[in-house]
Design a protein. Sequence first.
Length: 251
Amino acid sequence: MKLQRIQQIENYIQQQGSISLDELCRVFNVSKNTIRRDINELEKRGTLKKVYGGVVYVENSLVSFENRTIHNQKEKEQIGKRAAALIEEDDLIYIDSGTTTSQILNHIDPELPFTLLTNNLDIINLAAAMKNVQLILIGNSYKRKTRSFVGIEDEAVVTRYNINKAFMAATGVSITSGLTNSDLMEYRIKKMIVQRTKDIYLLADRSKFDHSTLLTYSPLESIKGIVTTREIPEKYVEFCESHSVDLLYSN
């Protein structure tokens, strides 16, 4: 419980940039002594530094999109390839922003006709060269850190579509917290997408399991399947079997 709270505090400080100890106490409903201990732990990790009355996030501690792409690169490519096999002719799909989901179009028949919604710059660039793909963009503000577009002024941009399949990314996945994300603007898009989608597929390498962040956009039992590797913890295999969630292995 403590570790989960510390993770949530770190994600919240990252979103805010800087924040007072009093506000952290209010948001997480804990005492100032507890917050100070948690902050000391995060300071040791090098993710933030203390200032008078509060803390600030250390920007250079963030892992860049490019470095996250390199991490577990082979696994991400294999997962993307397995997910690509799920896309069928005339599907209306959504591909989420992420270093694993961005691999999908590298492994799909370039002649396959389907409609694609996305907010991911790399997916947009790949789809633009596929003559039979009808491309629909989501988001009106570019976020360089994740190479994605965020912010929706008109929710009808999403809610008018009945999406067959959504290929989602998550910052963390856990049985108790489900599919989680730490960015409020990305969370809003993810939440709207899963509400409009028939079959939701999570793409996640082994590093994402047993982690959770501040915002849950879908319970784990509500999704259609997980595209992953065979090295995931056994408890997730058991959970998926008991909740009719398909496990689609890439290896």
